[in-house]
Design a protein around this ligand. Sequence first.
Ligand SMILES: [Zn+2]
Ligand SMILES: [Zn+2]
Length: 155
Amino acid sequence: MKNSVRREEKDVFDAYLAKNHLKRSDQREAILDTFLRSDRHLSVDDLLQLVQRRRPDIGRTTIYRTLKLLQAAGLAQELALDGESRFERDYKREHHDHFICKSCGAIFEFTSPEIERLQDEIAADIGFAIEGHRHQIYGFCRSCTARSSRPEARR
Ligand SMILES: [Zn+2]
Ligand SMILES: [Zn+2]
């Protein structure tokens, strides 16, 4: 990701905080910076681990609350997975959907103009105004499938 985008995301966050009469804090800044640099699908605990490498003083509650602020500011999107939410960057990103491995948690992004077009057609047929959608497709990734089909892994 380009530095200029990251700069913009920081400005968006500052503007959001100012508008909502919230304080800028170095803790919030450290969390945002770590989140932007990682550019992955992170659970609260994933982010906690990354942040605590530099800032062991920052706790889980602060991470969670800051992620919620990032979401409200349009900088993060939450993926509600079985049991655990993950957060990813959302600012100026193209729409995409996800394959999710139930075994190792790997996430693969995809976009399909054909699927998008079909949805629009079906929505038009039933007179439905789409605001957004999320496909989360669950299963097992290639390496987990390979691992579970090896004889020693069978039970
Ligand atoms: Zn897997
Ligand atoms: Zn994603």
